[in-house]
Design a protein around this ligand. Structure first.
Ligand SMILES: *Cc1c(COP(=O)(O)O)cnc(C)c1O
Length: 502
């Protein structure tokens, strides 16, 4: 500690937060890195997930610490309390919801990004160039023109919200930004399918248009938006004096991975003069796979696309992304001048295009780095092959379900999601129990959804580590727990996840 003596004789302690002993922190840091690499390398030896005991949970309750604790001790707590009770999505048996598996490359890039502690709101520095490069790669992937813009955000929920705001600004003009939506007198209406993600309705709510201003159009047997119905809904609203402005199509619905007929929606939007947004949260990156990309035909005509690199892209959380065809319109929705954000012609404040002009955030982390490392280290082809492989595994799971008389397939398999269940009386309750049993057993982690009023076991295969042995284990577990539950038995489950190596 440095002690400075003030002119009045009092002393000022000039203590920084840097370590007193750099060698000690270096040794501990190396161990953390080794432990975490081992964790990922040996992930198969662990249960996918493990519930927390009350005793463990109680250890998270305490007063705000005012005194220091040794880094080694805090790390020990992380080891004992956090690691054994993590979400589980690093594990190849995790098939719940739509979670990416992450990679060691992404993990290392996160560490580098934290070391640089870059703020990507704006200014003239290389981290911004990295983000621009990833934006340009994404632009190329979707065949968008040079003037397109893009930005990293938390996730697709935020990207969809921002797309609604860009479309709203495009529909109502500049005054909506100062006067709000009430003044224009226009009652905007947006359209999506009944199978769309709930964050679209939430986006309409949050941006002040109201979730009722979103029309949820019927879907066909394959869960794609019914384009005839969509056209009729738009016509009805126009007749009623309302103002249609936006269609949100899904490229991979969250329930079963259905892809709307994007070319037909693009045609309709062009004819009707509507903003065409695609929620491609996980599905859009199927563009990386030459065999899957044709399923997305029409996405290249979208006005905007929301997607997540943290799902099929295997980039560690979080790495959501919004791509907008017309960068000017994107900026028109968010850019606002401020004296303290003045752009200069030279120095650190140089550069006219700053990411803070493209969204609500000013301070922003360096999400682009882990994505840049992932795309460069593996290359788009390998990522596309991983994506195609998860779809093959889903077809394998589908075949196993169809071959097993005790199981029932509940939806067509489009991409990487399989919805099925154990046949039983009171099947909804029994399948909910089966899924919880499988979670608690640590064998796998599927999730559930409800399709046509029936509870389904939903396996979304996203993780690049998942193999056919994991699919076999899932099926075996469903059958075993299903038989026990159907016979009125409660399965005996005992597991214990180890902490990291100590
Ligand atoms: C995951 C998902 C979302 C939400 O994305 P987040 O990254 O979780 O915010 C939206 N739409 C679809 C289709 C999704 O799969």
């Amino acid at each position: 500690m440095t002690v400075t003596t003030r002119t009045d004789g009092t002393q000022l302690a000039g203590e920084t937060l840097d370590p007193q002993d750099w060698d000690e922190v270096r040794a501990l840091g190396h161990r953390m890195l080794d432990d975490m690499i081992d964790y990922v390398a040996d992930i198969r030896d662990r249960p996918v997930w493990q519930p927390m005991s009350q005793a463990t949970r109680r250890r998270f309750r305490s007063e705000l610490p005012r005194a220091p604790t040794d880094l080694a001790e805090v790390y020990r707590d992380f080891n004992e309390l956090v690691v054994p009770h993590a979400t589980g999505n690093v594990h190849p048996g995790f098939m719940g919801w739509v979670h990416g598996g992450g990679t060691v490359v992404g993990m290392l890039a996160e560490m580098l990004a934290a070391g640089l502690n870059a703020n990507l709101g704006g200014r003239d520095h290389a981290p911004i160039e990295i983000e621009r490069q990833v934006v340009d790669w994404t632009r190329q992937l979707f065949g968008f023109p040079q003037g397109a813009s893009g930005i990293f955000v938390t996730g697709t929920s935020m990207a969809n919200l921002m797309a609604v705001i860009v479309a709203r600004r495009a529909a109502l003009g500049h005054s909506v930004r100062s006067e709000g939506i009430g003044e224009s007198g226009r009652r905007l209406r947006a359209y999506t399918s009944k199978a769309a993600h709930g964050c679209i309705a939430k986006a309409m709510d949050v941006c002040g248009l109201g979730s009722d201003a979103l029309r949820c159009v019927a879907v066909d047997a394959a869960h794609r938006i019914d384009v005839t119905e969509l056209r009729a809904a738009i016509a009805r609203d126009r007749e009623a004096g309302l103002h249609p402005f936006l269609v949100v199509a899904s490229a991979g619905t969250v329930d079963i991975g259905a892809i709307d007929d994007l070319a037909a929606v693009a045609d309709l939007c062009r004819r009707e003069g509507l903003w065409f947004h695609v929620d491609g949260a996980f599905g859009a990156l199927a563009m990386l796979s030459p065999e899957l990309a044709p399923k997305l035909a029409g996405i290249e005509r979208a006005d905007s696309i929301a997607l997540d690199f943290h799902k099929w892209g295997q980039v560690p959380y979080d790495a959501g992304f919004l791509l907008v065809r017309d960068g000017e319109r994107h900026r028109d929705a968010f850019a606002s001048p401020a004296a303290y954000l003045r752009r200069e012609t030279r120095g650190l404040a140089a550069g006219t295009q700053w990411p803070c002009d493209l969204g609500p955030d000013l301070s922003r982390g360096f999400r682009a780095l882990k994505t840049w490392f992932t795309l460069r280290t593996f290359g788009g082809d390998a990522l596309g092959a991983v994506i195609a492989h998860t779809c093959e595994l889903a077809r394998d799971l589908e075949a196993r379900v169809l071959a097993e008389p005790e199981l029932e397939l509940l939806a067509p398999v489009n991409l990487n999601i399989v919805c099925f269940r154990y046949r039983a009386d009171d099947a909804d309750a029994i399948n909910a129990e089966i899924v919880a049993d499988i979670h608690e057993s640590g064998i796998a982690a599927p999730s559930t959804t409800v399709l046509d009023g029936r509870l389904a076991i939903r396996a979304a295969i996203v993780n690049h580590r998942t193999q056919d042995t994991d699919i076999a284990r899932l099926i075996a577990a469903v059958l075993s727990f299903g038989r026990q539950r159907a016979a009125g038995l409660t399965p005996l489950i005992e597991i214990e996840a180890p902490p990291l190596a100590l």
